[in-house]
Design a binder for this molecule. Sequence first.
Ligand SMILES: [Zn+2]
Length: 243
Amino acid sequence: MERGSARGRVRRGFRRWFRPLLLVVATAFFVALYQSWIRIPANIAPWGDVELDRPPGWLARMQINSLASDSAACIAALDRSQLRYRRTPVRPIRNGCGLEAAVRPLQSHIRYNRPFDISCGMMAALYWYEAELQRLAQQHLGTSIARIDQLGTYACRNVNSADTGRRSQHATANAIDIAGFRLADGRTISILKDWGRETPQGHFLADARDEACRFFNVVLSPNYNQLHANHFHLDLGGFRMCR
Ligand SMILES: [Zn+2]
């Protein structure tokens, strides 16, 4: 009885002080943040600039999507990074095809087999993705990637090159098709030949697909359909699919 009522007093006291205490702690936290007494690393908080040379955090795809919808912020993010690129002359969108706020990478983390123009948002996502690919190559293959073999970014066509239907993300260079990789030690990795195999190359590709889903809205691998047997399709369209 004695103990019970003492415990009851503690509980009532806790209830009375809990909310004011929480308010004081929360206020102190926000004041400390505002005054920069505590700093949150780049790319972790939902506010602040995206820093493409710093590791991506759990909000990476959300941050990429906000860059994709704000070309000035996107170009500014590219400018703050080590990426060397040039702006692609605008080709106004007609009949669902065109290039607006597109860029051509000149020097990125990894070289490509041939030059390409791509939307700014896609370039930001690729830049982060390339750094993750290098990490995966070291982990699975003990070497780095010297070259990415891509099949194309811009093509004025419909989804799956069909005669009717909606425009592909390729029609605005908001997509890239990646067919394989050349490693620094001369080995090559082909999505057509190495996908689904129990080899270091196969494991690298499986992880590369999973990692792509952190940065791109749509990721289609050979698992999706026969049309993708020889490449990964990556895009920043309005859908979400990771196959
Ligand atoms: Zn594609």
